[in-house]
Ligand binder design. Structure first.
Ligand SMILES: Nc1ccnc(=O)[nH]1
Length: 397
């Protein structure tokens, strides 16, 4: 089965025809030159810009209440406190719609905005066991043709301070999770080496990648990053480990951030940031210049952590650029890279990009070029997954 997408515009190559067969890009040629085969479907892209599918690299499908009733945000009582936020999360989940209903709504929002690949953290701890993972695995199956979804077994209640979690993380991988996660080894479990030994133990035993939540500020956070880098290199996991949030990199003096960036680059450890509200956040340009893969995600969409989030990774690129002070075309292109090619590298996506042999996952919208798309965030888009139209102008097809 083949489709010819005629008269599209690639960011770097001008007007093109894109031939798609069995979900993959078979050929890209100058517009008007591709021969139309008998029985082939032709889709005229009308000169619009064709961009690769957006990569949602960090989301919590199990804990959002997007699409359900509005639950007002509760601030922490004494400054940002992960333990307190997790307690609020438990309370709110108890009064929300069923998890599968909420997860579907969130997935559909993201797909409609052009996300074609996603990494979601799913709570695995003594309180919920593997039940959240079981639900999200079922939902993943339903949406298999619309989105590629990786799941991280995420110890939201710590590992050492939540007895049984270490074994649960291991079981979660057997059960279908793709990666193992972690959470603030220093401030939450108060035992950096013990926590990391558990996380990397699962990674080594099960042969899975790692993605660790690290909200810890300042030098505690930087020290934790150094320990994560050391373990990554010891196990030869370069390119397979991510630190999410890494607020600390935005707290410390530039020379300390630069040294950490060099360590991250040499260890092949990527950094995820969502350009979070009032939190300090990693210096994206400095990290990229050092060779660190920086990727992004919505993180929380309408949940106990904050009321924001719309599942639009192009809008997220704008926020990253805005908070980073990115103004030049080169900088705006860098913000776009964070939500596309860098995301694909961090997630180790197979067949990503607008090239021959890649999956035909792309979005089509009205913009002169990438830089303009990042600042204008056009709402009107067509989203193609494996060459099939899956969403149009914010609605699933
Ligand atoms: N940003 C976060 C969302 C959910 N859980 C966390 O630990 N952190």
């Amino acid at each position: 089965m083949s489709t010819l997408f005629s008269n599209g515009r690639l960011a770097e190559a001008g007007p093109v025809d894109i031939k798609v067969r069995d979900g993959r890009i078979e050929a890209i040629s100058a517009a008007g030159t591709a021969p139309v085969q008998a029985g082939e479907t032709v889709v005229d892209l009308g000169g619009r810009l064709v961009l690769p599918g957006l990569v949602e690299g960090h989301i919590h499908l199990d804990t959002s209440f997007y699409g359900g009733k509005w639950i007002p945000h509760r601030p922490c009582t004494n400054g940002f406190d992960v333990r307190e936020r997790v307690a609020f999360q438990h309370e709110n989940m108890a009064i929300s719609e069923p998890m599968d209903v909420r997860a579907r709504k969130q997935l559909e929002l993201c797909i409609a905005n052009g996300t074609t690949a996603m990494r979601s953290h799913v709570m695995v701890d003594a309180s919920v066991g593997l039940s959240s993972l079981e639900t999200i695995l079922t939902v993943r199956e339903e949406y298999r043709s619309l989105i590629d979804l990786q799941l991280v077994a995420f110890p939201q209640s710590g590992i050492l301070t939540s007895p049984g979690t270490s074994d649960l993380l291991d079981k979660a991988i057997e059960f279908g999770a793709d990666l193992v996660g972690g959470l603030d080894p220093g401030s939450f479990d108060r035992d950096i080496e013990g926590h990391l030994a558990a996380v990397f133990g699962v990674a080594a035993r099960r042969g899975v990648d790692v993605d660790i939540h690290l909200h810890d500020a300042g030098l505690l956070g930087v020290f934790t990053i150094e320990q994560i880098c050391a373990r990554t290199r010891t196990l030869g996991l370069e390119g397979r480990v991510a630190v999410s949030h890494a607020y600390a990199l935005g707290d410390v003096a530039p020379d300390i951030a630069k040294r950490a960036a060099d360590e991250l680059a040499r260890s092949g450890v990527s950094i995820m940031t969502n350009a979070p509200g009032a939190q300090s956040f990693p210096p994206v340009a400095l990290l990229r210049a050092a060779g660190v893969t920086v990727f992004s995600g919505s993180d929380n969409i309408r949940d106990s952590w904050w009321p924001y989030g719309d599942g639009d990774m192009l809008g997220r690129a704008m926020m990253i650029g805005y908070r980073s002070g990115f103004y030049t075309d080169e900088e705006l292109n860098a913000a776009f890279d964070v939500v596309t090619a860098s995301g694909a590298r961090a997630l180790r996506l197979e067949g990503y990009g607008l090239k021959i042999g890649a999956k035909a996952d792309f979005i089509v919208l009205e913009a002169e070029h990438v830089a303009e798309a990042v600042v204008s965030v056009p709402r009107s888009r067509s989203v193609y997954k494996g060459g099939r139209l899956v969403a149009q102008d914010g609605n699933l097809h």
